[in-house]
Design a protein around this ligand. Structure first.
Ligand SMILES: *[C@@H]1O[C@H](CO)[C@@H](O)[C@H](O)[C@H]1NC(C)=O
Ligand SMILES: *[C@@H]1O[C@H](CO)[C@@H](O)[C@H](O)[C@H]1NC(C)=O
Ligand SMILES: *[C@@H]1O[C@H](CO)[C@@H](O)[C@H](O)[C@H]1NC(C)=O
Length: 373
């Protein structure tokens, strides 16, 4: 029968046609525009020790191009993930970490579905963050840690309303924190450590509702700590150390629900230390090297649990609070270089501490110091 033979001959063909129709998108063919953008991005970089870009050839950029991956739904480039320090075999084979020169080409902005851009720890990539980066509406992760990137953060960075991670630590960025930064309503992790960023913290910093880590240490930030920070409900880790912040410590920082680490060391903070900091959820507190003064609040108790409590290099006076010996745990205590006076309390939190925790005060006495009372 004619129709029977038609079926018999054409079923395999039909299968092939169906396969082409339904499986080709999953094979991820790289759009030519994305491939051209990647090649232009690569042309501005020079990596000659590992050869990570050797795999960037042919037309299928979604397939086996080192560090590139595509969205299976759209078939567009979604992630660039290039880390100069990695366990990847390419590094083990070369017995070294990565080193790359060049700059981040604005062509990267033509990858309009880009969701994450990680170009981390290459040590020598310089130039600016391309201004056009703020036009990538799907960008969630921008991680450029450990390069030599200079210039300032794009003024309109706040346009990246999906951004959850902004990590530009260990670079040479300067300028101020853009006002628009507080428009990053999805931001969870902000790391600007070890740059040359100056000027004040935005007064409305507290508008970042999702923020859980804010690491801004080792910059040239000045002005006060905005009290609005304490309205960030999820903030667990706040590091503002090694800047030039002035004014007093907002007492509201001691009322935050999940704040566990507060590093304000090596700034120019003054005034009294709020008692709330010592009765809070903070377990890792460094206030060393400021100009904090007055008596230490006698508010400790069984709920006080500190892995680190460093109050050294301030101008605290008076006795060590007696209640401190009732704390459930104090791992590392440093009260040195103040003007404290009187008997060092005894008790389990003090048993393991060494003389250096109490050295260079006016008239402390008792164990572990050799001076008797
Ligand atoms: C890339 O780096 C190598 C080694 O440092 C150097 O010899 C070469 O000239 C550089 N090429 C470009 C295009 O900058
Ligand atoms: C923040 O976003 C709002 C709403 O989109 C906009 O009106 C405002 O200009 C933005 N602020 C900055 C400093 O960019
Ligand atoms: C506290 O900060 C000071 C000054 O930055 C630093 O030297 C010290 O090591 C820090 N303390 C701890 C326990 O990390």
């Amino acid at each position: 029968m004619a129709s029977f033979s038609f079926m018999r001959i054409n079923i395999p063909l039909l299968v092939i046609v169906l396969n082409l129709m339904f499986t080709t998108p999953a094979v991820l063919s790289c759009p030519a525009s994305d491939r051209d953008a990647l090649l232009a991005f690569r042309a501005a970089l020079n990596e000659s020790y590992l050869g990570i870009f050797n795999s960037w050839k042919g037309t299928e950029c979604c397939h086996n191009w080192y560090g590139v991956s595509c969205d299976p739904e759209t078939g567009r480039v979604a992630d660039i993930n290039l880390r100069g320090e990695s366990e990847d075999p390419i590094f083990q084979k070369a017995h070294r970490t990565g080193y790359m020169t060049g700059f981040i080409s604005p062509s990267v902005c033509k990858l309009e579905r880009l969701s994450s851009l990680t170009i981390a720890d290459w040590k020598a990539i310089s130039g600016e963050i391309p201004r056009c980066i703020t036009s990538l509406p799907f960008l969630r992760i921008l991680d450029l840690i450990g390069n030599r990137i200079s210039g300032d953060l794009p003024a309109d960075i706040g346009r990246l309303h999906r951004l959850t991670v902004l990590n530009v630590a260990d670079n040479m960025l300067s300028g101020q924190i853009p006002r628009s930064l507080t428009n990053l309503s999805s931001l969870m992790h902000l790391d600007l450590r070890n740059n040359r960023i100056s000027g004040p913290l935005p007064p409305d910093f507290g508008r970042l509702p999702m923020l859980s880590r804010a690491l801004l240490s080792r910059n040239y930030l000045s002005g006060p700590i905005p009290p609005s920070i304490s309205s960030i409900y999820r903030l667990a880790d706040l590091d503002l150390s090694l800047n030039s912040l002035t004014g007093t410590i907002p007492a509201s920082l001691g009322k935050m629900a999940v704040l566990a680490t507060l590093n304000l060391d090596a700034n120019k903070l003054s005034g009294y230390v709020p008692a709330s900091l010592f009765t809070s959820s903070i377990g890792n507190l460094n206030l060393s090297r400021n100009a904090l003064q007055g008596y230490l609040p006698d508010v400790f108790g069984p709920r006080s649990y500190f892995t680190v409590l460093d109050l050294s290099y301030n101008i605290f006076k008076g006795p060590i609070p007696k209640t401190l010996s009732a704390a459930s745990y104090i791992g590392h205590l440093d009260l040195s270089h103040n003007h404290l006076c009187g008997r060092i309390p005894s008790g389990s939190p003090f048993d393991h501490l060494e003389a250096s925790s109490f050295a260079f005060n006016d008239c402390l006495c008792g164990k572990p110091l050799t001076k008797t009372c």
